[in-house]
Design a protein around this ligand. Structure first.
Ligand code: 1CP
Length: 362
Protein backbone atom coordinates (compact mmCIF):
# COMPACT_ATOMS: atom_id res chain seq x y z
CA UNK A 1 0.00 0.00 0.00
CA UNK A 2 1.08 3.59 -0.44
CA UNK A 3 2.36 5.68 2.46
CA UNK A 4 -0.80 7.77 2.53
CA UNK A 5 -3.36 5.03 3.09
CA UNK A 6 -5.49 6.77 5.68
CA UNK A 7 -4.85 6.25 9.41
CA UNK A 8 -8.10 4.43 10.15
CA UNK A 9 -8.81 2.41 7.06
CA UNK A 10 -10.03 5.36 5.01
CA UNK A 11 -9.78 4.92 1.31
CA UNK A 12 -6.39 6.29 0.26
CA UNK A 13 -6.40 9.26 -2.06
CA UNK A 14 -3.66 11.18 -3.82
CA UNK A 15 -2.00 13.96 -1.81
CA UNK A 16 -1.77 17.57 -3.00
CA UNK A 17 1.96 17.11 -3.69
CA UNK A 18 1.18 14.07 -5.84
CA UNK A 19 -1.47 15.98 -7.75
CA UNK A 20 0.98 18.83 -8.45
CA UNK A 21 3.61 16.36 -9.66
CA UNK A 22 1.03 14.78 -11.98
CA UNK A 23 0.29 18.19 -13.48
CA UNK A 24 4.04 18.64 -14.06
CA UNK A 25 4.40 15.26 -15.80
CA UNK A 26 5.74 15.05 -19.34
CA UNK A 27 2.46 13.49 -20.46
CA UNK A 28 0.21 16.32 -19.29
CA UNK A 29 2.71 18.95 -20.44
CA UNK A 30 2.73 17.47 -23.94
CA UNK A 31 -1.09 17.37 -23.95
CA UNK A 32 -1.02 21.09 -23.05
CA UNK A 33 1.63 21.72 -25.75
CA UNK A 34 4.22 22.85 -23.23
CA UNK A 35 7.96 22.03 -23.46
CA UNK A 36 8.82 18.54 -22.17
CA UNK A 37 12.07 16.91 -20.91
CA UNK A 38 11.37 13.91 -23.17
CA UNK A 39 8.55 12.72 -25.41
CA UNK A 40 6.04 10.96 -23.16
CA UNK A 41 4.90 7.49 -24.17
CA UNK A 42 2.06 5.13 -23.29
CA UNK A 43 0.32 2.40 -25.26
CA UNK A 44 -3.33 1.90 -26.04
CA UNK A 45 -4.29 -1.49 -24.58
CA UNK A 46 -1.10 -1.56 -22.50
CA UNK A 47 -3.03 -3.07 -19.59
CA UNK A 48 -3.80 -6.70 -20.09
CA UNK A 49 -3.32 -8.50 -23.33
CA UNK A 50 0.39 -9.17 -23.74
CA UNK A 51 1.39 -9.45 -20.08
CA UNK A 52 1.78 -12.88 -18.37
CA UNK A 53 1.12 -11.25 -14.97
CA UNK A 54 -2.21 -10.03 -16.41
CA UNK A 55 -3.24 -13.47 -17.61
CA UNK A 56 -2.36 -14.82 -14.17
CA UNK A 57 -4.56 -12.43 -12.16
CA UNK A 58 -7.43 -12.73 -14.66
CA UNK A 59 -7.48 -16.55 -14.51
CA UNK A 60 -11.07 -17.77 -14.10
CA UNK A 61 -12.53 -14.24 -13.85
CA UNK A 62 -14.71 -13.13 -16.76
CA UNK A 63 -13.70 -9.82 -18.37
CA UNK A 64 -16.74 -7.78 -17.27
CA UNK A 65 -16.56 -9.09 -13.73
CA UNK A 66 -12.89 -8.15 -13.50
CA UNK A 67 -13.84 -4.56 -14.46
CA UNK A 68 -16.08 -4.40 -11.38
CA UNK A 69 -13.43 -5.41 -8.81
CA UNK A 70 -11.54 -2.28 -7.68
CA UNK A 71 -8.48 -4.10 -6.27
CA UNK A 72 -8.10 -6.18 -9.42
CA UNK A 73 -8.59 -3.13 -11.67
CA UNK A 74 -5.92 -1.32 -9.66
CA UNK A 75 -3.46 -4.19 -9.99
CA UNK A 76 -4.03 -4.63 -13.75
CA UNK A 77 -3.76 -0.89 -14.42
CA UNK A 78 -0.46 -0.71 -12.50
CA UNK A 79 1.16 -3.74 -14.17
CA UNK A 80 2.31 -1.98 -17.38
CA UNK A 81 3.43 1.08 -15.40
CA UNK A 82 5.70 -1.07 -13.24
CA UNK A 83 7.00 -3.13 -16.11
CA UNK A 84 7.45 -0.62 -18.94
CA UNK A 85 8.04 2.75 -17.22
CA UNK A 86 5.33 4.35 -19.39
CA UNK A 87 4.46 8.02 -18.76
CA UNK A 88 0.76 7.41 -18.13
CA UNK A 89 -1.57 4.67 -16.93
CA UNK A 90 -4.85 3.86 -18.65
CA UNK A 91 -7.73 2.81 -16.48
CA UNK A 92 -8.50 -0.90 -16.93
CA UNK A 93 -12.07 -1.28 -18.11
CA UNK A 94 -13.89 -1.62 -21.43
CA UNK A 95 -16.01 0.69 -23.55
CA UNK A 96 -19.12 -1.45 -22.93
CA UNK A 97 -18.89 -1.26 -19.10
CA UNK A 98 -21.31 1.72 -18.81
CA UNK A 99 -23.79 -0.10 -21.08
CA UNK A 100 -23.64 -3.19 -18.89
CA UNK A 101 -24.06 -0.90 -15.86
CA UNK A 102 -27.42 0.42 -17.11
CA UNK A 103 -28.68 -3.11 -17.55
CA UNK A 104 -28.09 -3.88 -21.24
CA UNK A 105 -27.80 -7.63 -21.69
CA UNK A 106 -24.31 -8.00 -23.09
CA UNK A 107 -21.16 -9.98 -22.49
CA UNK A 108 -17.54 -9.83 -23.58
CA UNK A 109 -16.79 -13.16 -25.21
CA UNK A 110 -13.14 -14.26 -25.11
CA UNK A 111 -11.57 -14.02 -28.52
CA UNK A 112 -14.62 -12.21 -29.94
CA UNK A 113 -15.41 -9.02 -28.05
CA UNK A 114 -18.68 -7.45 -26.91
CA UNK A 115 -21.85 -9.37 -27.83
CA UNK A 116 -25.27 -7.77 -27.30
CA UNK A 117 -28.26 -10.04 -26.68
CA UNK A 118 -31.01 -7.76 -28.03
CA UNK A 119 -29.54 -5.41 -30.63
CA UNK A 120 -31.01 -1.91 -30.82
CA UNK A 121 -32.68 -1.46 -34.21
CA UNK A 122 -36.04 0.28 -33.60
CA UNK A 123 -37.33 3.27 -31.69
CA UNK A 124 -38.85 0.94 -29.10
CA UNK A 125 -35.39 -0.56 -28.51
CA UNK A 126 -34.11 2.86 -27.35
CA UNK A 127 -35.93 2.25 -24.06
CA UNK A 128 -32.99 -0.05 -23.15
CA UNK A 129 -30.80 3.07 -22.86
CA UNK A 130 -31.60 4.71 -19.54
CA UNK A 131 -29.35 7.38 -18.03
CA UNK A 132 -26.18 6.28 -16.25
CA UNK A 133 -25.75 7.45 -12.65
CA UNK A 134 -22.45 7.53 -10.72
CA UNK A 135 -23.89 4.87 -8.36
CA UNK A 136 -24.22 2.47 -11.31
CA UNK A 137 -20.42 2.51 -11.61
CA UNK A 138 -19.43 3.00 -7.96
CA UNK A 139 -16.60 0.48 -8.46
CA UNK A 140 -14.99 2.91 -10.95
CA UNK A 141 -14.88 5.67 -8.35
CA UNK A 142 -13.46 3.24 -5.80
CA UNK A 143 -10.82 1.87 -8.16
CA UNK A 144 -9.65 5.32 -9.26
CA UNK A 145 -9.32 6.40 -5.62
CA UNK A 146 -7.04 3.42 -4.95
CA UNK A 147 -5.19 3.90 -8.20
CA UNK A 148 -4.31 7.59 -7.97
CA UNK A 149 -2.83 6.96 -4.51
CA UNK A 150 -0.70 4.10 -5.85
CA UNK A 151 0.29 5.85 -9.06
CA UNK A 152 1.92 8.77 -7.27
CA UNK A 153 3.31 11.08 -9.94
CA UNK A 154 2.06 9.06 -12.93
CA UNK A 155 -1.09 10.46 -14.56
CA UNK A 156 -4.15 8.27 -15.03
CA UNK A 157 -6.08 8.39 -18.30
CA UNK A 158 -9.79 7.68 -18.11
CA UNK A 159 -11.65 6.62 -21.25
CA UNK A 160 -14.96 5.86 -22.88
CA UNK A 161 -16.29 4.65 -26.20
CA UNK A 162 -17.58 7.38 -28.51
CA UNK A 163 -21.28 7.29 -29.46
CA UNK A 164 -20.67 5.91 -32.97
CA UNK A 165 -18.38 3.07 -31.84
CA UNK A 166 -20.78 2.13 -29.02
CA UNK A 167 -23.71 2.28 -31.45
CA UNK A 168 -21.85 -0.04 -33.81
CA UNK A 169 -21.86 -2.79 -31.14
CA UNK A 170 -25.40 -2.07 -29.95
CA UNK A 171 -26.95 -2.10 -33.41
CA UNK A 172 -24.88 -4.88 -34.98
CA UNK A 173 -25.07 -7.02 -31.84
CA UNK A 174 -21.31 -7.61 -31.85
CA UNK A 175 -18.09 -6.85 -33.73
CA UNK A 176 -18.59 -6.01 -37.40
CA UNK A 177 -16.44 -5.08 -40.37
CA UNK A 178 -19.09 -3.29 -42.40
CA UNK A 179 -21.59 -1.80 -39.91
CA UNK A 180 -24.41 -2.37 -42.35
CA UNK A 181 -27.20 -2.38 -39.76
CA UNK A 182 -25.88 0.74 -38.05
CA UNK A 183 -25.42 2.54 -41.36
CA UNK A 184 -28.90 1.44 -42.49
CA UNK A 185 -30.35 3.42 -39.59
CA UNK A 186 -27.93 6.32 -40.08
CA UNK A 187 -28.94 6.71 -43.74
CA UNK A 188 -32.54 5.48 -43.56
CA UNK A 189 -33.88 6.86 -40.27
CA UNK A 190 -31.73 9.88 -39.39
CA UNK A 191 -33.98 10.89 -36.48
CA UNK A 192 -33.77 7.49 -34.78
CA UNK A 193 -30.00 7.55 -35.38
CA UNK A 194 -29.64 11.04 -33.90
CA UNK A 195 -31.70 10.05 -30.86
CA UNK A 196 -29.62 6.88 -30.37
CA UNK A 197 -26.33 8.77 -30.56
CA UNK A 198 -27.66 11.50 -28.30
CA UNK A 199 -28.59 8.93 -25.61
CA UNK A 200 -25.13 7.42 -25.91
CA UNK A 201 -23.52 10.86 -25.67
CA UNK A 202 -25.31 11.38 -22.33
CA UNK A 203 -24.16 8.01 -20.98
CA UNK A 204 -20.59 8.55 -22.17
CA UNK A 205 -20.46 12.07 -20.70
CA UNK A 206 -21.51 10.77 -17.28
CA UNK A 207 -19.01 7.91 -17.47
CA UNK A 208 -16.16 10.33 -18.20
CA UNK A 209 -17.29 12.77 -15.50
CA UNK A 210 -17.25 9.95 -12.93
CA UNK A 211 -13.66 9.12 -13.89
CA UNK A 212 -12.48 12.75 -13.82
CA UNK A 213 -14.18 13.46 -10.50
CA UNK A 214 -12.55 10.36 -9.03
CA UNK A 215 -9.08 11.55 -10.13
CA UNK A 216 -8.38 10.80 -13.81
CA UNK A 217 -6.18 13.60 -15.15
CA UNK A 218 -6.91 13.13 -18.87
CA UNK A 219 -9.59 11.31 -20.86
CA UNK A 220 -9.57 9.53 -24.19
CA UNK A 221 -12.66 9.08 -26.33
CA UNK A 222 -12.26 5.94 -28.44
CA UNK A 223 -14.12 6.24 -31.73
CA UNK A 224 -12.24 3.21 -32.96
CA UNK A 225 -14.50 2.45 -35.92
CA UNK A 226 -15.27 6.00 -37.14
CA UNK A 227 -12.85 5.41 -40.02
CA UNK A 228 -15.67 3.48 -41.71
CA UNK A 229 -17.44 6.79 -42.37
CA UNK A 230 -17.10 9.31 -45.20
CA UNK A 231 -16.26 12.79 -43.89
CA UNK A 232 -19.65 14.27 -44.88
CA UNK A 233 -21.49 11.48 -43.02
CA UNK A 234 -19.19 11.82 -40.02
CA UNK A 235 -19.79 15.56 -39.89
CA UNK A 236 -23.57 15.30 -40.24
CA UNK A 237 -24.40 12.14 -38.31
CA UNK A 238 -21.66 11.46 -35.75
CA UNK A 239 -19.64 14.57 -34.93
CA UNK A 240 -22.52 16.38 -33.09
CA UNK A 241 -22.79 13.55 -30.54
CA UNK A 242 -19.01 13.34 -29.98
CA UNK A 243 -18.83 17.15 -29.71
CA UNK A 244 -21.51 16.99 -27.03
CA UNK A 245 -19.34 14.60 -24.99
CA UNK A 246 -16.26 16.85 -25.26
CA UNK A 247 -18.34 19.88 -24.33
CA UNK A 248 -19.79 18.07 -21.30
CA UNK A 249 -16.33 17.61 -19.77
CA UNK A 250 -14.72 20.85 -21.01
CA UNK A 251 -15.12 22.71 -17.73
CA UNK A 252 -12.89 20.23 -15.84
CA UNK A 253 -9.89 21.46 -17.82
CA UNK A 254 -8.39 17.96 -18.23
CA UNK A 255 -6.92 17.15 -21.67
CA UNK A 256 -9.35 15.38 -23.97
CA UNK A 257 -7.88 12.90 -26.48
CA UNK A 258 -9.86 11.77 -29.53
CA UNK A 259 -8.80 8.57 -31.32
CA UNK A 260 -10.00 6.39 -34.18
CA UNK A 261 -8.55 3.89 -36.65
CA UNK A 262 -8.39 4.62 -40.39
CA UNK A 263 -9.41 8.21 -39.73
CA UNK A 264 -6.94 9.93 -42.07
CA UNK A 265 -9.77 11.69 -43.87
CA UNK A 266 -11.44 12.66 -40.58
CA UNK A 267 -8.52 14.07 -38.62
CA UNK A 268 -9.56 17.70 -39.09
CA UNK A 269 -13.12 16.97 -38.02
CA UNK A 270 -12.00 14.90 -35.03
CA UNK A 271 -10.04 17.89 -33.80
CA UNK A 272 -12.96 20.20 -34.53
CA UNK A 273 -15.24 17.98 -32.42
CA UNK A 274 -13.54 19.48 -29.37
CA UNK A 275 -10.40 17.45 -28.66
CA UNK A 276 -7.19 18.89 -27.22
CA UNK A 277 -5.17 15.94 -28.53
CA UNK A 278 -5.89 14.00 -31.73
CA UNK A 279 -4.82 10.36 -31.88
CA UNK A 280 -3.47 9.23 -35.25
CA UNK A 281 -3.17 5.66 -36.53
CA UNK A 282 -0.09 4.53 -38.48
CA UNK A 283 -1.41 5.35 -41.94
CA UNK A 284 -0.74 9.10 -41.90
CA UNK A 285 2.69 10.47 -40.92
CA UNK A 286 2.46 12.90 -38.00
CA UNK A 287 3.69 15.97 -39.93
CA UNK A 288 0.94 15.40 -42.50
CA UNK A 289 -1.57 14.71 -39.69
CA UNK A 290 -0.62 18.06 -38.13
CA UNK A 291 -1.43 19.81 -41.41
CA UNK A 292 -4.82 18.09 -41.51
CA UNK A 293 -5.64 18.80 -37.84
CA UNK A 294 -4.46 22.41 -37.88
CA UNK A 295 -2.87 24.48 -35.10
CA UNK A 296 -3.75 24.42 -31.41
CA UNK A 297 -3.87 20.63 -30.88
CA UNK A 298 -1.31 18.08 -29.73
CA UNK A 299 -1.02 14.76 -31.59
CA UNK A 300 -0.73 11.23 -30.24
CA UNK A 301 0.73 8.28 -32.13
CA UNK A 302 1.62 6.53 -34.30
CA UNK A 303 3.92 3.49 -34.61
CA UNK A 304 2.31 0.58 -36.46
CA UNK A 305 1.67 -2.02 -33.67
CA UNK A 306 2.93 -4.80 -35.94
CA UNK A 307 6.39 -3.18 -36.14
CA UNK A 308 6.99 -4.68 -32.67
CA UNK A 309 7.17 -8.12 -34.30
CA UNK A 310 10.17 -7.07 -36.40
CA UNK A 311 13.86 -6.93 -35.45
CA UNK A 312 15.15 -4.49 -32.83
CA UNK A 313 16.84 -2.47 -35.57
CA UNK A 314 13.59 -2.20 -37.51
CA UNK A 315 11.70 -1.07 -34.39
CA UNK A 316 14.33 1.63 -33.80
CA UNK A 317 14.28 2.79 -37.43
CA UNK A 318 10.48 3.03 -37.52
CA UNK A 319 10.44 4.75 -34.12
CA UNK A 320 12.93 7.37 -35.35
CA UNK A 321 10.67 7.98 -38.34
CA UNK A 322 7.75 8.71 -35.99
CA UNK A 323 9.86 10.98 -33.77
CA UNK A 324 11.31 12.82 -36.78
CA UNK A 325 7.87 13.39 -38.28
CA UNK A 326 6.77 14.77 -34.89
CA UNK A 327 9.79 17.07 -34.48
CA UNK A 328 7.92 20.24 -35.51
CA UNK A 329 4.69 19.51 -33.59
CA UNK A 330 3.38 21.71 -30.80
CA UNK A 331 2.87 18.67 -28.59
CA UNK A 332 3.53 14.97 -29.17
CA UNK A 333 2.60 11.93 -27.11
CA UNK A 334 4.22 8.77 -28.49
CA UNK A 335 1.86 5.81 -28.82
CA UNK A 336 1.08 2.98 -31.19
CA UNK A 337 -1.31 3.63 -34.06
CA UNK A 338 -3.79 1.22 -32.41
CA UNK A 339 -3.77 -1.12 -29.42
CA UNK A 340 -0.97 -3.47 -28.38
CA UNK A 341 -1.54 -6.80 -30.12
CA UNK A 342 -1.98 -9.71 -27.67
CA UNK A 343 1.01 -11.71 -28.94
CA UNK A 344 3.45 -8.78 -28.66
CA UNK A 345 6.63 -9.55 -26.69
CA UNK A 346 6.33 -7.40 -23.53
CA UNK A 347 10.11 -6.84 -23.55
CA UNK A 348 9.81 -5.18 -26.95
CA UNK A 349 7.43 -2.66 -25.37
CA UNK A 350 9.80 -1.99 -22.47
CA UNK A 351 12.68 -1.42 -24.90
CA UNK A 352 10.51 0.88 -27.00
CA UNK A 353 9.67 3.12 -24.02
CA UNK A 354 13.34 3.34 -23.15
CA UNK A 355 14.30 4.11 -26.75
CA UNK A 356 11.72 6.91 -27.09
CA UNK A 357 12.82 8.44 -23.78
CA UNK A 358 16.53 8.32 -24.63
CA UNK A 359 16.19 9.41 -28.23
CA UNK A 360 13.90 12.36 -27.41
CA UNK A 361 15.68 13.61 -24.26
CA UNK A 362 16.31 17.35 -24.43
O1 1CP B 1 -5.96 0.12 -22.90
C1 1CP B 1 -5.97 -0.62 -21.89
O2 1CP B 1 -4.96 -1.25 -21.56
C2 1CP B 1 -7.20 -0.64 -21.01
C3 1CP B 1 -8.12 -1.68 -21.34
C4 1CP B 1 -9.12 -1.61 -22.48
C5 1CP B 1 -9.53 -0.56 -23.32
C6 1CP B 1 -8.98 0.83 -23.43
C7 1CP B 1 -9.91 -2.73 -22.79
C8 1CP B 1 -9.83 -4.02 -22.12
N1 1CP B 1 -10.82 -2.35 -23.75
C9 1CP B 1 -10.59 -1.05 -24.12
C10 1CP B 1 -11.32 -0.24 -25.09
C11 1CP B 1 -12.06 -0.91 -26.17
N2 1CP B 1 -12.88 -2.00 -26.11
C12 1CP B 1 -12.13 -0.42 -27.50
C13 1CP B 1 -11.44 0.84 -27.96
C14 1CP B 1 -9.98 0.61 -28.14
C15 1CP B 1 -9.58 -0.12 -29.39
O3 1CP B 1 -10.01 0.29 -30.48
O4 1CP B 1 -8.76 -1.05 -29.29
C16 1CP B 1 -12.94 -1.26 -28.24
C17 1CP B 1 -13.29 -1.15 -29.71
C18 1CP B 1 -13.42 -2.28 -27.35
C19 1CP B 1 -14.34 -3.37 -27.66
C20 1CP B 1 -13.71 -4.67 -27.36
N3 1CP B 1 -13.63 -5.20 -26.09
C21 1CP B 1 -13.05 -5.54 -28.25
C22 1CP B 1 -12.89 -5.34 -29.75
C23 1CP B 1 -13.83 -6.20 -30.52
C24 1CP B 1 -13.87 -5.86 -32.00
O5 1CP B 1 -14.87 -5.26 -32.44
O6 1CP B 1 -12.91 -6.20 -32.70
C25 1CP B 1 -12.57 -6.63 -27.49
C26 1CP B 1 -11.83 -7.83 -27.95
C27 1CP B 1 -12.95 -6.37 -26.13
C28 1CP B 1 -12.62 -7.19 -24.93
C29 1CP B 1 -11.52 -6.66 -24.10
N4 1CP B 1 -11.42 -5.36 -23.64
C30 1CP B 1 -10.28 -5.23 -22.86
C31 1CP B 1 -9.66 -6.53 -22.81
C32 1CP B 1 -8.41 -6.85 -22.02
C33 1CP B 1 -10.43 -7.40 -23.59
C34 1CP B 1 -10.20 -8.88 -23.83
C35 1CP B 1 -10.87 -9.58 -22.71
C36 1CP B 1 -11.01 -11.04 -22.82
O7 1CP B 1 -11.32 -11.56 -23.88
O8 1CP B 1 -10.82 -11.65 -21.75
Amino acid sequence: MSANAGPSGHQPTATTAQRDAVQDSAFLKACRREPVPHTPVWFMRQAGRSLPEYRKVREGIPMLESCMRPELVTEITLQPVRRHNVDAAIYFSDIVVPLKAIGIALDIKPGVGPVVENPIRTRADLAQLRDLTPEDVHYVTEAIGLLTAELGETPLIGFAGAPFTLASYLVEGGPSRTYENAKAIMYGDPQLWADLLDRLAEITSTFLKVQIEAGASAVQLFDSWAGALAPADYRRSVMPASAKVFEAVASYGVPRIHFGVGTGELLGLMGEAGADVVGVDWRVPLDEAARRVGPGKALQGNLDPTVLFATREAVETKTREVLDAAAGLEGHIFNLGHGVMPSTDPDALTRLVDYVHTRSAR
